[in-house]
Design a protein around this ligand. Structure first.
Ligand SMILES: NC(=O)c1ccc[n+]([C@@H]2O[C@H](COP(=O)([O-])OP(=O)(O)OC[C@H]3O[C@@H](n4cnc5c(N)ncnc54)[C@H](OP(=O)(O)O)[C@@H]3O)[C@@H](O)[C@H]2O)c1
Length: 294
């Protein structure tokens, strides 16, 4: 549906999308479905047929794509790719919204290179099939005026959350969220491998695992409060000494079933070290050991 301003002008600003991988195609598809005129470019031809059929304009070159619209959205493999693709392309008068995964330092460097007043960095917290759906959210940081102008387009992807003027903030939050996710996925894969090795159906086990992880996610807020206060012994539910004492049961069981516990081992090592001096703390005390290795 096409949005309208009070003046009767279209409120769906046109957008250029650079990069038509799985994510870039999902973004372009969503923009088109929401009524945003969309110009697309990809290094390798042939990935835009479906989008052109849906109304997108195919740009022959990056320069043509950038020249087409004020809002230029990049979703490429890495930030090196962004630099490579945009080098030598005039970006005058353009807003660059970079939704490529990267580090906070890369985001700040790109903002400096392309102009802090027109650079917006983004972290997509969704996978391509969920773009535009109720669970998708995208984090943004950098130029506030650029965010305000691009917002009608950005909100088509899912909840848009602006974190502040520091261009590195979106990447910081994105990387922290991904770190939490990969830690969880490591545990999930270990657990599934363990039951499979013991002859139990992973599919049958999965609902129990989901239920358990959902319940345990309720502890994130308590951990966060302990970290913010620097009080790892506050509101302890399960003390570290007890948890460390049970740890060998995890690794012994894995080995007995022929599963290498390498995904879990680093956490157990940190727990044992911290529990030696701080058995009454919560699990959160191990972050002190992470500082030591920084
Ligand atoms: N997919 C996800 O679940 C997901 C979720 C959140 C964030 N992201 C982020 O979104 C970005 C894009 O991901 P994706 O899933 O779309 O990846 P992808 O399917 O692998 O697509 C990569 C894109 O980068 C382009 N590219 C790679 N190297 C290039 C080069 N040297 N010059 C020009 N173009 C180049 C590819 O063009 P060609 O077609 O020519 O190879 C393609 O358009 C990544 O930063 C990713 O981390 C992805």
């Amino acid at each position: 549906m096409v949005g309208r301003t009070v003046a009767g002008m279209t409120n769906n600003p046109p957008v250029t999308v650079l990069g038509l991988g799985a994510m870039g195609r999902a973004l372009a598809r969503t923009l088109l479905a929401a009524g945003h005129p969309t110009t697309v470019w990809n290094r390798t031809p042939g990935k835009d047929d479906e989008l052109v059929a849906a109304g997108a304009v195919r740009a022959a070159t990056v320069a043509d794509a950038v020249a087409a619209h004020r809002i230029v959205l990049a979703c490429l493999l890495t930030n090196d790719t962004v630099d490579e693709v945009l080098t030598g392309v005039p970006l005058d008068g353009r807003i660059l919204v970079n939704l490529t995964n990267g580090t906070p330092a890369q985001a700040r460097a790109l903002a400096t290179a392309y102009g802090p007043d027109r650079y917006l960095d983004g972290g997509i917290m969704a996978v391509p099939p969920t773009i535009g759906g109720p669970h998708a959210f995208v984090l943004y940081s950098g130029s506030a005026p650029a965010y305000d102008e691009a917002r009608p387009a950005l909100e088509t992807f899912g909840e848009a959350r602006y974190l502040g003027a520091d261009p590195g903030l979106a990447a910081l939050h994105d990387i922290a969220l991904l770190s939490g996710m990969y830690g969880m996925v490591g545990g999930v894969l270990h657990a599934l491998a363990l039951v499979r090795a013991a002859g139990v159906s992973a599919t049958g086990f999965a609902p129990l695992l989901t239920r358990w992880l959902t319940a345990m996610a309720g502890g994130v807020g308590r951990y966060a409060a302990q970290l913010d206060a620097g009080e790892y012994g506050r509101d302890v539910v399960s003390n570290l000494g007890m948890q460390a004492a049970a740890w060998d049961n995890l690794t012994d069981t894995a080995r007995a079933e022929g599963v290498d516990p390498r995904l879990l081992a680093p956490l157990g090592d940190l727990m044992r070290r911290r529990a030696a001096d701080h058995p009454d703390e919560d699990l959160t005390g191990i972050v002190e050991l992470l500082k030591e290795t920084a």
